[in-house]
Design a protein around this ligand. Sequence first.
Ligand SMILES: *Cc1c(COP(=O)(O)O)cnc(C)c1O
Length: 403
Amino acid sequence: MTNHAAPARFSGNFTQQEAIPEDAIEKAIEVMRSGRLHRYNVAEPSEQSETALLEAEFAAYQNQRYALALASGGYAMQTALRAIDIKAGEPVLTNSFTLSPVPGAIDAVGGKPVLIETTSDLVIDLAHLETAAKNTGARVLMLSHMRGHIVDMDAIVSLTKKYNIKLIEDCAHTMGATFDGIKSGCHGDIACFSTQTYKHMNSGEGGFLTTNDDTLMARSIVLSGSYMLYGRHEAGPPAEAFEKIRLQTPNCSGRMDNLRAAILRPQLQALDKNCARWNERFDRIRETLEPCNTIALAQPHVKAREVSSSFQFSIPQFTDTQNEQFLAQCLERGVELKWFGANDPVAYTSRYESWKYIEAENLEQTNQVLHRLYDCRIPLTFSVDDCEQIAQIIVEVAGSTMN
Ligand SMILES: *Cc1c(COP(=O)(O)O)cnc(C)c1O
């Protein structure tokens, strides 16, 4: 460990991801030279497009029968909800602590988000979830593994079975993570992933949907805009699965293209290695923050192996003035924190009260949790020593703010 005398200003950029790997760039150039960017555009019937190959590789990675590559993570969630045939005004249970595309996806398909309380470990509150399941009779839970925190999935699975609820997992922050040795996204009926720049693989925009269910995948493929070319899905169900649904399912175009698929395929090969790099950085941050007893960190579930591509902490004792000072001084030292307690959404830190299109009840516990909750990204362009410096600055500024 390097020994920094009073860490100076941190000079890294919190939104700078790593470059696209060279082998991925070469693949992208090949696709551009071929001119065949559309996923169904193949030179001969035996050719498999980059998108079809990526889907097969992602299905294998997730150990799921089927995978579908899409235009975004938010679109994957909309597709999952449509595949389950959400009706106008139908309640959909979901986390109150999540990112805005989650309630947005529910709203987009005409569903009514029912927001569930958040625990201090930043996961969905199981007791409140059960009450809401009983009271609303909802058929669907859109479970968001927000910021990579994985709730007790054994409890979720038994609860969803008990109330006959379909489980959609939002794995935007858990790609590469596991619960009880099983990949995140394999506990429910459908899982959705994002390959947007700030997630675990980077294609600018993009997403995946995975499932083991023939009908759900057949519907998802047709929904994504397959122009009846569903036979070209290496990671899709057999032709019979499409017979019943092919004319009953609308085309809501949102496919992935071969250019994005080409840059994702090499990244998928490097995913596990990168997850380990994120956790190496997070472990150093945790080690530095943990001894500071004013700082509270979420405790992961014992069965969860999370991928911490960002970290959260709270300092519950801060007054409003101290909170403002803390944020300003961290920023002055080059540490850009996001605060989930702000009244008005700043960048991605919107909180449930700012989704005014939802009729949400007042969620006291969530308000309490978010009140002094801070968030910080860990791009892989930061070294482990950079992370140590960031954490030291946070500890120092928290200490001087308290005094
Ligand atoms: C990013 C994100 C999404 C949606 O992904 P996009 O690809 O940006 O549409 C969904 N849920 C969470 C928690 C996210 O962070």
